[in-house]
Unconditional design. Sequence first.
Length: 76
Amino acid sequence: MAKGRIVVDEGRCKGCRLCISVCPPEILVVSSRLNERGYLPVEVTDMDRCTGCSLCAVMCPDVCITVYRQVPARSR
Ligand code: SF4
Ligand code: SF4
């Protein structure tokens, strides 16, 4: 399975938790600190377990999550 990494735009996240509910490895949690809009943004607990599945990004209504996938090098 591809390994992934996500970046959450914490300033725009409204803490609705929709992304948390769909993450298969359950590595998304609500932060304990408020963002500038007064919401508790989402953060990742263990990026090493992110598979890059993109479910969180697809689910986010405000497009706050960018997913990066590690692509295996092509064999020659
Ligand atoms: S890309 Fe998939 S595994 Fe990674 S944080 Fe999002 S839902 Fe979870
Ligand atoms: S779905 Fe989007 S707005 Fe909602 S908590 Fe996740 S990143 Fe934040």
